[in-house]
Design a protein. Sequence first.
Length: 121
Amino acid sequence: MSSPGDMEATVEGIRQIRQNFAAAPLASAVEAEIAPGPSVTPDEQLVEFVHRNGKSSYRPAGTCKMGSDPIVDERLRVRGIGRLRVVDASITPTLISGNTAAATMMIGEKGAAMILEGAGN
């Protein structure tokens, strides 16, 4: 976050996420914002939250494992939410030992093919 543009994009990202979760159909499934919390709205407070809690990291893995996991099926569809798929590194059960970029690109290619297959239905 050494660049002002990075922080501006991150704060705007938080605002956009809030808008997305406040809109149907997600709004009906959201009980409350946990962090940073709905009372944290001024840019200065959001910047402080990001500085305290933000981390630089590798691509996440395993947060939406595909297959028999209760979140994403073998066709990358989120169970219980029509027309929503997860097409990124989070569907892998564990982090691979090499660079994740190639695997993530392949997931994107395969996910795109699956979406196109289902488009005619």
